[in-house]
Design a protein around this ligand. Structure first.
Ligand code: FAD
Length: 263
């Protein structure tokens, strides 16, 4: 497999991922509902399951190693924590996983913990380091964001294990890329907002909802009017030169989105 990539085998209700290590090995993890783990209780059952779901992985991992590792590692539950407030009086405060442990699928657990420190520092500045004011203000300010990233991390599990197989979902990603290219400051895809900006997590969710709404409307409007205008515009030579590739891209995106939505 290509090095330095996260590889995913999405299978609807479950998935396997391979994370690259610095020594060019891989750490492979199987995520699935506990009853499925319990049902794979013999080497034969495990191999049958892999032959059906991850046939290419058997050769990559090796039969012996697969059986050895599977039966020597206990399946563990994944935990999310939501709690409020994070402080006790003016003396104690929970930061990081203790306040908001999340499933690991957004790669934000550590980032969020570090951002906790930045936010706390900002609030300490606002209240001249008066902990009686700082700690309640921190709890109030941080809670909607911590809960939002816990939800986003779980959402990304569904995206990774299932949605990436959906044509409609992939087309929506193309819409995001397209709108981001023409409106780079206004239209920022959810993953980019969450991962590469200081946008508050709960506002990322609100903006994604707004974007979903707009894309839904755009697909309908462009589907009817845009294609007709495209045909008219492409008749004009000068405009054609400027707009042909733009319109072709747009028309194909709209057509594919409508076709996928109809399916
Ligand atoms: C598989 C996986 C992948 C991840 N990938 C990413 C990623 O790509 N990006 C990212 O940002 N985050 C990622 N994370 C999340 C990240 O690892 C955690 O969010 C981060 O380590 C939390 O840091 P923390 O200091 O809050 O808690 P911890 O790292 O859990 O530190 C708490 C410490 O407190 C100690 N402790 C506990 N009880 C006591 C006690 N009573 N007395 C003294 N010490 C105690 C523990 O031993 C531990 O050392 C991932 C997590 C997992 C499990």
């Amino acid at each position: 497999m290509p090095k330095n990539y996260l590889h995913i085998w999405p299978r609807g209700k479950y998935m396997m991922i391979a994370l690259p290590n610095q020594d060019k090995t891989w750490t492979v993890t199987l995520f699935m509902p506990h009853p499925i783990f319990l049902s794979l209780d013999t080497p034969g059952a495990l191999l049958d399951f892999f032959k059906k779901n991850y046939p290419d992985a058997i050769a990559l991992i090796g039969k012996e190693k697969l059986i050895h590792d599977y039966f020597n590692n206990k399946a563990l539950p994944m935990i999310s924590v939501k709690c409020s407030p994070y402080h006790v009086g003016s003396t104690s405060l929970l930061l990081g996983d203790a306040a908001h442990a999340m499933v690991p699928f957004y790669g934000q657990g550590m980032n969020c913990g570090m951002e906790d420190c930045v936010v706390l520092d900002e609030i300490m500045d606002q209240h001249d380091d008066d902990l009686e004011k700082v700690l309640p203000a921190y709890s109030k300010h941080r809670n909607p964001d911590a809960e939002a990233i816990v939800d986003l991390a779980m959402y990304n599990y569904i995206e990774m294990r299932d949605l990436v197989n959906s044509r409609l979902f992939l087309l929506r990603k193309k819409w995001d890329d397209f709108l981001n290219r023409i409106l780079p400051k206004k239209w920022i895809p959810l993953y980019t907002m969450v991962t590469f900006s200081r946008e508050r997590y709960h506002l990322c969710i609100a903006k994604k909802k707004w974007q979903d709404n707009i894309v839904g409307k755009l697909v309908k409007v462009f589907g009817v009017v845009g294609v007709a205008i495209g045909v008219l515009f492409t008749k004009t030579e000068a405009v054609h030169a400027l707009s042909a590739s733009f319109l072709a891209h747009l028309n194909s995106l709209v057509g594919k989105t409508l076709a996928a939505a109809a399916r």
